[in-house]
Design a protein around this ligand. Structure first.
Ligand SMILES: *Cc1c(COP(=O)(O)O)cnc(C)c1O
Length: 410
């Protein structure tokens, strides 16, 4: 039996202890954190829609019209008109034939991957894919080949080695901890050559890039080439839940095989209606996406002026790698004392030796707030790592390059 106290002690010793902080009041560019006002720089509420009056009202109205809970799985009695309506609107937005809602992005990834990668097959996964993709690969009966980050040559080597068993290639569109963009054109080309399907997770690209915020797949013009586009309703769309956009036949297949959809209660109507209102705002006001991009540039420039390098990021996610987990936490607490909240991110969320402050900007920040915050963050980072240059290159994840790569990974 696990000795819980000893495990916790070990987690502490390694600098990986986590505790829950507390926000009072709604999400916004500034929040009350554990009682103190801070500038929020680690939220995925990129477009500032989580607390938008129209989104709140839509959720409140939905609670009055349809109640709070769906009461059952969608395949039993939980499927309601409001679910279908959001699916139609998301399919139209993403230019897909169909859309299937899931309980969350985590559940969508777990369900879709295990449906599409079956026993005797191989699923190919970027080494820096999100944990929910890792867990989807583990849940699937297929073997997993983990390819080097954004490396089509390594992916191709694996596809060749798999000798026709390759079923699915899965990648984040924008990588959640590094802010770089997957080489989707090359991935699609390899998938076609080796007869595999492609799934892209647009958790951080929907609402943030591509025409009108339609995402990384739309940005690359690959809507007809990618088999399943997964995204969450919990980030740019300000609510909770997730979707898989695909063609009609794939949608029927997922409804029949994705266990995380079949065996989990349908989304609450207020969450669905809130996301629908956020999607409408995004379509009506695409300027929010441009504002986010301008803020990301402003923050990148401000960090650079302070001597900090946001690595390979091309987006609103700007990692400042510190390296050691204790030092990253120390920098986080120092910035917090000056009123800037950007949570330190440590293993297993990121590879060993690459603990970081993961800065995310929102459309609702002002450029002067961002410039001020960059100065605070730079001072905090330089205080904890004065003699050392920022760690430039990211060490590779341990599991890359082997079949069944996630069997051992943390
Ligand atoms: C946040 C995230 C998810 C999970 O989505 P939830 O709706 O929060 O469960 C999946 N994939 C990526 C890349 C994410 O960043």
């Amino acid at each position: 039996m696990t000795d819980i106290a000893a495990q916790l002690e070990q987690i502490r010793d390694r600098g990986l202890y986590r505790r829950l902080r507390m926000i009072s009041g709604p999400q916004g560019p500034r929040v009350l954190l554990d009682g103190d006002p801070v500038l929020l720089l680690c939220s995925n509420n990129y477009l500032g829609l989580a607390d938008h009056p129209r989104v709140r009202e839509a959720a409140a109205d939905a609670a009055m019209r349809w109640g709070v809970g769906a009461g059952a799985s969608r395949l039993v009695s939980g499927n309601m008109t409001v679910h279908r309506r959001l699916e139609e609107q998301l399919a139209e937005f993403k230019g897909s034939g169909a859309c299937v809602l899931f309980g969350s992005g985590y559940l969508a990834n777990a369900g879709v991957i295990s449906s599409l990668a079956r026993a005797g097959e191989v699923v190919f996964s970027d080494e820096l894919n999100h944990a929910s993709i890792v867990d989807g690969c583990r849940l699937a009966r297929a073997e997993t080949f983990v390819y080097d980050h954004c490396d089509p040559d390594h992916l191709e080597w694996g596809l060749r080695e798999a000798g026709g068993r390759g079923a699915l290639i899965v990648t984040d569109g924008v990588f959640s901890m590094d802010g770089d963009i997957a080489p989707l054109e090359e991935i699609v080309e390899l998938a076609q050559r080796y007869d595999a399907r492609v799934m892209v997770d647009e958790a951080h690209s929907t609402g943030t890039m591509g025409p009108g915020g339609r995402g990384a797949v739309a940005d690359a013009g690959l809507e007809d080439e990618v088999d399943v586009v997964v995204g969450t309703l919990g980030k740019s769309l300000g609510s909770y839940g997730a979707y898989a956009c695909c063609d009609k036949r794939m949608a029927k297949y997922l409804v029949n095989t994705a266990r995380t959809l079949i065996f989990s209660t349908a989304l609450p109507p207020p969450a669905v209606a809130g996301a629908m209102a956020a999607l409408e705002l995004l379509v009506e006001q695409p300027g929010r996406v441009d504002k986010l991009a301008r803020n990301a540039e402003a923050m990148r420039d401000a960090l650079s002026a302070e001597g900090l390098d946001a690595g390979i990021s091309e987006t609103q996610i700007l990692p400042v790698v510190v390296g050691d987990p204790h030092a990253a936490m120390d920098a986080c607490e120092r910035a917090l004392r000056q009123g800037v909240f950007c949570q330190a991110i440590r293993p297993p969320t990121v590879p060993d030796g690459s603990s970081r402050l993961r800065i995310t900007v929102m459309a609702s920040h002002t450029p002067s707030e961002l410039r001020w915050a960059a100065g605070v963050i730079a001072r905090a980072v330089h205080e904890v790592a004065p003699q050392r240059e920022q760690v430039p290159a990211r060490p590779a994840a341990a599991s890359s390059g082997v079949f069944d790569g996630y069997a051992e990974a943390a």
